[in-house]
Design a protein around this ligand. Structure first.
Ligand code: FFO
Ligand code: ATP
Length: 200
């Protein structure tokens, strides 16, 4: 008989497993992955047609987005980064990011723009939100770091398929067979990895 393992325990276990796999990538593999990601992004209509694009700065062996960000700047696109909301727990703000933006380190050790109200972009005005993730499956289900930050950010998309379009970015080794998901988990309409552009 199968014993009942709570979904939360399985999710936690999957998080640990895929984060560990990602950490095994060598610096050369990371650099190659970042370059291959850029090549896919250059072909992605969702990105080509967007002007206001949110990305993230890599942390904990996540796929490095810096080559994509530099290419977007060259294309004259506006790039935004997530900032932990100063008082609305579990929510993100998105701030304009340029080569001269003043940066700070948030409570998770991730680099983010220093809070400046003038740089805040209301979420509905973003065209695309490139989301970090810890694991994904072959239906576009996504498992994040566990804070629910992106699930909240993408709730409009989830409910009504409007607002900024989410595009997941991940290493190939973050794909898993079966992701147990919860009602609030937002399935992604596309995920770009170094080797493939998934669309659902
Ligand atoms: N690069 C990047 N930026 C991002 C995210 C992300 O996944 N990647 N986020 C996506 O939501 C938000 C931050 N969310 C996070 C949620 C939980 C933990 C976390 O549990 N970190 C520690 C343990 C706690 C701690 O150090 O205080 C860990 O690494 O285990 C980190 C980030 C916003 N910025
Ligand atoms: N739209 C939402 N509104 C309110 N609470 C939410 C919402 N989405 C998620 N949550 C809460 O956030 C918590 C963390 O969710 P979950 O474990 O799915 O995060 P995650 O997808 O791994 O993280 P992230 O989205 O930050 O990358 C859950 O306890 C859930 O109740």
């Amino acid at each position: 008989m199968r014993s009942a393992v709570p979904a939360s325990a399985t999710r936690q276990h999957l998080r640990q497993q895929t984060r560990e796999r990602r950490r095994q990538l060598t610096p050369v593999q990371q650099a190659t992955a970042a370059r291959d990601l850029l090549e896919h992004c250059k072909q992605a209509t969702s990105i080509i047609n967007a002007q206001h694009i949110a990305l993230y700065l890599a942390n904990d062996s996540e796929l490095d987005t810096m080559p994509v960000i530099e290419w977007l700047w060259q294309q004259g696109k506006d790039v935004y980064l997530p900032v932990l909301h100063p008082f609305s727990k579990g929510h993100l703000l998105f701030l304009h990011y340029t080569p001269t933006t003043r940066m700070t380190t948030n409570r998770y050790g991730i680099q983010e723009p220093a809070l400046d109200i003038r740089l805040v972009k209301p979420i509905p005005e973003l065209d695309v939100i490139c989301t970090p993730l810890v694991a994904f499956d072959n239906t576009g289900q996504r498992l994040g770091m566990g804070g629910g930050y992106y699930d909240r950010t993408l709730s409009l998309w989830h409910r009504e398929q409007r607002g900024p379009r989410p595009v997941g970015l991940a290493h190939d080794c973050q794909q898993v067979d079966n992701l147990p998901f919860e009602a609030w988990d937002v399935p992604l309409p596309e995920i770009i990895t170094p080797s493939y552009h998934f669309r659902w």
